[in-house]
Design a binder for this molecule. Structure first.
Ligand SMILES: *Cc1c(COP(=O)(O)O)cnc(C)c1O
Length: 404
């Protein structure tokens, strides 16, 4: 058996479709984000501007966050040294969980090593605890939720994205006696649209279903204290479980759920993805704690970020660029072809030092390949104007024909 031939043909398929992923080798310049150094190609690094980071508020560079991490490092060292059960339950972890529970107005919270793991472990475990459970899943849910739902072994019903009528149709058709869970996101990160959380909770009440909300792209970003869209819309108390990440707007790393004491206790006690892995490093917990505490008090970062996103959308629209309608901080530009998306991204980097990663299938459906911009509080107006000019040049019909 030629194993290598099989592996190579799997890679060749990606190349042929134009969706082979190339990671850009960069270093961010602390205190000067969005400036970074790029190590692609030969020779020394060169300066670039990052346009696609999920550290939306630059909290990964915030002085309070860095000071808290340095202090933790010098106080207790690098790793946690164990699972939560076996010596890895540090005071940083318990404090952070209390802070997260408070952020979402829930009784308790539980930390995981990432947002991906929190979704996979929680959904997978819930489904096993609830016999005969049916999970109703939004069509655009993140890969980590889909993986968790699959692991749960539950029957899955996919409703059309943000489509309340379709969701109700499926709920009404299901066995009234079966346990039900509706799993969805608040901000859908590739399109930048928002779920009707309150209306979904209405349906959940009507059909006696639990709700599971992924607030990964909204935590830190929306609501007076950064509690997400559920805080902004004042519906957090209606949700059974809120899930989030510490890696995006919070700027560090890790994932969590917030829910009732009982649900957190069940997941803590049964989820393999929580139990059998070392807890996050105390340094990470300390940094996340400082970041969340800051964002609970300060809205400046959120306001500046929203202003930058609105400005970039306007610049793109005025230049006639195919900016997708987005109600949020995300600015997607529809390209519709993986090879063109890659060429435009490569040219932006080579000629202007602008870094935006092309987004391809399976992250988005085929034919909707896009460039996804996440301007932050520190992208300057001049940079946004220069970016718009570069895109207008690259996406002009004459240039595109040359590229194709
Ligand atoms: C990024 C992302 C996750 C995973 O979070 P990580 O902390 O990066 O693992 C989960 N859900 C959604 C919607 C995401 O975009």
């Amino acid at each position: 058996m030629s194993y290598d031939a099989i592996f190579n043909s799997a890679l060749a398929r990606l190349h042929a479709e134009g969706r082979y992923r190339v990671f850009l080798d960069i270093l961010r310049n602390k205190g000067a984000y969005p400036n970074a150094r790029c190590f692609a190609g030969a020779g020394a690094s060169r300066p670039i501007t990052v346009w696609c980071s999920n550290d939306y508020l630059s909290m990964g560079q915030h002085a309070d966050v860095i000071a808290a991490m340095e202090e933790a490092l010098h106080d207790v060292g690098a790793g946690s040294g164990g699972t939560r059960n076996i010596s890895g339950n540090t005071h940083y972890h318990t404090e952070l969980e209390a802070e997260l529970a408070d952020l979402h107005g829930k009784e308790a919270a539980l930390l995981f090593t990432s947002g991906y793991v929190s979704n996979e472990a929680t959904l997978g475990t819930l489904g096993k605890i609830l016999p005969g459970c049916i999970i109703f899943s939004d069509a655009l849910n993140h890969a980590s939720m889909i993986a968790g739902i699959r692991n749960s072994g539950c029957a899955k019903q996919v409703f059309r994205h943000n489509d309340l009528e379709h969701l109700e149709e499926l709920l009404a058709a299901a066995d009234p006696a079966a346990p039900k869970l509706i799993a969805f996101e608040s901000v859908y990160s590739m399109d930048g649209d928002i779920a009707p959380i309150g209306a979904i909770c209405d349906l959940a009440e009507k059909y006696d279903a639990l709700t599971y909300l992924d607030e990964v792209h909204a935590v830190g970003m929306y609501g007076p204290r950064g509690g997400g869209i559920s805080e902004r819309d004042d519906v957090a108390d209606r949700l059974t479980i809120i899930e989030g990440t510490l890696a995006k707007a919070i700027g560090v790393m890790g994932g969590y759920i917030a829910a009732s004491k009982t649900i957190v206790d069940v997941i803590r006690s049964y989820a393999p993805g929580f139990i059998f892995t070392t807890s996050i490093a105390p340094v990470l917990a300390a940094g996340a704690l400082a970041s969340i505490r800051h964002l609970k008090r300060s809205s400046v970062e959120r306001e500046r970020q929203q202003a930058a996103a609105a400005r970039l959308k306007q610049l793109f629209a005025d230049a006639g660029l195919p900016v997708m309608v987005s109600e949020t901080h995300i600015v997607p530009l529809l390209i519709g072809d993986p090879i063109v998306a890659k060429r435009v991204s490569d040219a932006l980097l080579a000629r202007w030092g602008f870094y935006v990663q092309p987004i391809n299938y399976p992250t988005v459906p085929r034919g909707t390949e896009r460039l996804r911009f996440t301007p932050g509080p520190s992208h300057s107006d001049e940079a946004m104007i220069a970016l718009t000019g570069a895109l207008a040049e690259l996406l002009a019909p004459s240039t595109l024909r040359l590229a194709a």
